[in-house]
Design a protein around this ligand. Structure first.
Ligand SMILES: NC(=O)c1ccc[n+]([C@@H]2O[C@H](COP(=O)([O-])OP(=O)(O)OC[C@H]3O[C@@H](n4cnc5c(N)ncnc54)[C@H](OP(=O)(O)O)[C@@H]3O)[C@@H](O)[C@H]2O)c1
Length: 350
């Protein structure tokens, strides 16, 4: 398959850096342009990120000398990966879509729009169909596809097999979210050392609303939300990467513990069937160790693209409870946007 030219907007930030690390050897996409703010535009990439590169392995050599551009259409690319600060991303993403680019975004700006797919490729690949409506509604030559929020991606991917087989009725989730989820420089060290911050702005609302759209049915060109009660508590903890989530669920149809484990382990989605290059072989990993998963030990399982489940047991109030781990800047951000784009390419939207 011929590679498509790809630009990364917000290439200097926490998620942007992760995009570059993941795209360095991607067989579907060749990074042809890097965009960021006017503070970075005109500088070589290695100079623009000097002192703030945080991804393991250092700056990929092939991008170090590229000159950072302003985030304006005209950039040499077919697809645009969006990792911009959410406060300024909306008009920029729209301008690119209008001018014919495919935009695969991480920001919250268009997630809940009624004609924009909120995608996890293993969960709702059929929602790509809304793209034609989006282009028609807005008169755009291109389109926007978005990622859910990072903690939502991990939870929905991990629970999807149970929802599809038994139906989810209620979800109670308490998150322990990593520092890299707050961007760079993120949370001040004096706030988080020796501490847990029991509030992340808008995070609980996103975890309670986004899953209903991701699991919605697309009927006559409209998303009909899933009917699940979700309650989320979100906390920031002193971990670099990897969101850990303590989850209890009530199922619509009763199932034994063995059936629940088998259902999680056996699940495969469209990216696995299509053999997409960034797809994990097994999207949901079930660990048996009594103190697993742990962020430091388990966040890179399946190259950071899986939801890792452990401590699966009966819950005396709901049906089952478990711990779930997802890498927030890989599966929760750049990795999901890349997998979305690989699905778009496999389905000939790009
Ligand atoms: N971190 C995560 O785990 C995570 C997970 C899921 C989704 N997200 C979302 O992904 C996006 C990026 O997050 P992040 O954590 O990477 O943030 P970040 O580290 O703060 O990076 C923000 C990026 O936006 C650029 N930018 C800021 N103002 C701009 C402007 N006026 N014009 C053009 N570019 C501008 C910055 O460029 P300069 O370097 O030039 O300032 C930088 O490249 C956010 O929308 C966030 O909500 C993040």
């Amino acid at each position: 398959m011929k590679k498509s030219k790809a630009a990364v907007l917000g290439a200097t930030g926490m998620v942007g850096q992760r995009f570059l690390a993941l795209l360095e050897n991607n067989p579907f996409f060749e990074v042809s342009a890097l965009g960021a703010s006017e503070r970075s535009a005109g500088k070589k990439y290695k100079e623009a990120v000097a002192g703030r590169w945080v991804v393991e392995g250092g700056i990929p050599e092939k991008f170090a000398e590229m000159v950072v551009e302003k985030c304006e259409p005209g950039i040499d690319a077919e697809i645009v990966f969006g990792a911009l600060d959410s406060s300024i991303a909306e008009p920029i993403e729209q301008a690119f879509a209008k001018e014919g680019y495919a935009v695969s975004s991480n920001t919250r700006c268009h997630r809940m729009d009624e004609d924009v797919p909120l995608m996890i490729p293993e969960v709702n690949p059929g929602h790509l169909e809304i793209i034609e409506t989006q282009k028609k509604n807005r008169g755009w030559d291109g389109f926007i596809v978005t990622n859910p929020n990072c903690s939502t991606i991990a939870m929905v991917l991990g629970l999807n097999p149970l929802h599809r087989k038994f139906g989810l009725e209620k979800i109670m989730v308490t998150t322990m979210q990593a520092l890299s989820g707050a961007g760079y420089p993120g949370v001040a060290s004096l706030d988080i050392l020796d501490n847990v911050l029991p509030y992340i702005k808008n995070e609980e609302e996103k975890m309670q609303s986004e899953p209903l759209k991701i699991w919605s049915e697309l009927k006559d060109g409209k998303f009909v939300n899933a009917n699940i009660n979700i309650s989320a508590h979100c906390n920031r903890v002193n971990v670099k990467d990897g969101h850990l989530e303590a989850i209890s669920v009530a199922l619509k149809e009763k199932a034994s513990l063995d059936e629940v484990k088998k259902t999680l382990r056996d699940f495969r989605g469209e990216p696995q069937k299509l053999g997409l290059p960034s797809a994990p072989k097994q999207p949901v990993i079930v660990m048996e160790g009594e103190a697993r998963p742990q962020p430091r030990l388990d966040r890179m399982v399946e190259r950071g693209m899986a939801s890792v489940v452990g401590r699966l047991r009966e819950d005396p109030i709901l049906d089952y409870k478990l711990l779930l781990l997802g890498h927030n800047t890989i599966r929760g951000a750049a990795g999901c946007a890349i997998l979305n784009a690989e699905l778009l390419k496999a389905k000939k939207y790009i």
